[in-house]
Design a protein around this ligand. Structure first.
Ligand SMILES: [Zn+2]
Length: 436
């Protein structure tokens, strides 16, 4: 039996911003100093969402010839494949608006209430859940009627399957991830379909919430992030990047500075701790990390000569603390895209995508880039090279990097590392090598 409405005290409104203007992070609440993750109880699985019954007539800005049913099905499949339980299309209902009414709903309806819920955003998920257990009672997804949509990935408009894949991640209990390539990254752009497919960070999040037994071929890294004075750093993003330069799974530190990164395939990793100082900030999370510390500099485990951290299947690798300088970063890369023809820059909202063997002029915007020498821009791994002939905007806020990708490069995201005279910053998962 479901709890009475009075018992439902948590209401999470998880939003997706529309324009650039894994650590997977479980959603939830802090109870007695501990994050209680939001999750569905086993007796509510598999999940079944009903779709309001007149989507085509109620979503005014849907491109002609769009096919909503396969888009919905594709988004459900993405998570069904990794959670160990199914997410099903439970048929249609006349219900137009979200609310605690016993129906897990996906609505496309253009109603005043739905316009209020999504406001200036592309979609919103409302989760009704119980504190302190974290058990979800109901989840409703609202797709914004005021946004222009299509289902074929055409340029210039947003993709229904991509947004639903993201929102369904919220419905199972995930909050936003700071990795730009992750499906749960809070920002996207028109014409982008990359997040129809999950990254390993998203998968790790689903596994952490629902896997009944640990995978024997995957391991865990644990550790703490402290300032050089030994103070615990709360809300640092710690990211494990594999030997090929692909960011795999991240985590946010707890109040005591501790982190645990699970679901890592056996192998060698580099780890770094970075502040949530943009593009994703604590404002993009649903409250538990409001007091995250942001005035520290991105620091690798092992310091300036990053150590390889070895993970064995089924094992736990305990690291020495990552000690960060408690100083507000002066270098802060924020947005990426491509120079598509002078003077046009096309910012992506998420990662910039490129095929193996591809080349392009990668645009980077942010703070403090003026102080960074040409040799200070590097991508993780060895597949992506920054060539000579870096260009800069007159105000120094933008840098244009001629990059080439090795023809045999493994598909997956890469991090951009930006190293100035006295500090280093990272833009996690900001380039995605995609299979052609
Ligand atoms: Zn979101």
């Amino acid at each position: 039996m479901r709890p009475a409405p009075a018992a439902v005290v948590g209401l999470a409104l998880l939003l997706m911003a529309s324009v650039p203007s894994l650590a997977y992070v479980p959603g939830g609440a802090e109870v007695n100093g501990r994050l209680v993750p939001r999750h569905w109880p086993a007796d509510r699985l598999p999940l079944s969402f009903k779709v309001n019954d007149r989507p085509l007539s109620l979503l005014p800005n849907l491109a002609a010839n769009s096919a909503l049913a396969p888009a919905i099905e594709g988004a459900m499949q993405a998570w069904s494949a990794v959670t160990g339980f199914g997410i099903r299309d439970g048929g249609s209902v006349p219900t137009l608006n979200p609310g605690l009414d016993g129906v897990d709903l996906i609505t496309f309806a253009d109603t005043p209430q739905n316009r209020d819920v999504t406001h200036n955003l592309n979609a919103a998920t409302l989760s009704f859940w119980v504190v302190p257990t974290g058990e979800v009672v109901e989840a409703d997804v609202v797709v914004a009627a005021q946004t222009a949509w299509a289902t074929d990935g055409r340029p210039g408009v947003f993709d229904v399957q991509e947004i639903l894949t993201h929102e369904l991640g919220h419905t199972i209990g995930l909050d936003h991830s700071p990795i730009a390539a992750a499906t749960m990254f809070p920002f996207s752009g028109p014409g982008v379909t990359l997040r129809r497919t999950l990254e390993t960070d998203d998968v790790a999040g689903a596994r952490a919430l629902y896997a009944t037994s640990p995978s024997p071929d995957r391991g865990t890294i644990t550790g703490r992030v402290l300032t050089t004075d030994g103070i615990s750093v709360f809300g640092a993003h710690v990211l494990a990047t594999d030997a090929g330069g692909i960011p795999r799974v991240g985590a946010l530190t707890a109040r005591d500075g501790s982190f645990s990164i699970s679901s890592l395939p056996a192998g060698d990793y580099q780890l770094y701790a970075e502040p949530l100082d943009g593009p994703m900030t604590p404002d993009n999370l649903d409250g538990a990390f409001d007091e995250a510390r942001r005035d520290f500099q991105t620091t690798f485990a092992g310091g300036t000569a990053p150590a390889a951290v070895h993970v064995t299947g089924g094992g736990v690798t305990a690291l020495d603390p990552i000690r960060v300088a408690a100083k507000r970063p002066a270098i802060n890369p924020m947005l990426v895209g491509w120079v598509t023809g002078a003077p046009t820059i096309s910012l992506t909202g998420g990662p910039a995508a490129i095929a193996p063997g591809g080349a392009g002029l990668f645009a980077l915007l942010g703070d403090g880039l003026k102080a960074v020498p040409a040799s200070g821009f590097l991508f993780s791994g060895s597949d992506v090279r920054v060539g000579t002939g870096i260009q800069r905007s007159a105000d120094g806020r933008a840098v244009f990097l001629p990059i080439t990708v090795r023809p045999g490069a493994k598909p997956g995201a890469r991090n951009l590392y930006v190293t100035g005279p006295t500090e280093r910053a990272a833009l996690s998962g900001s380039l995605e090598v995609v299979a052609p």
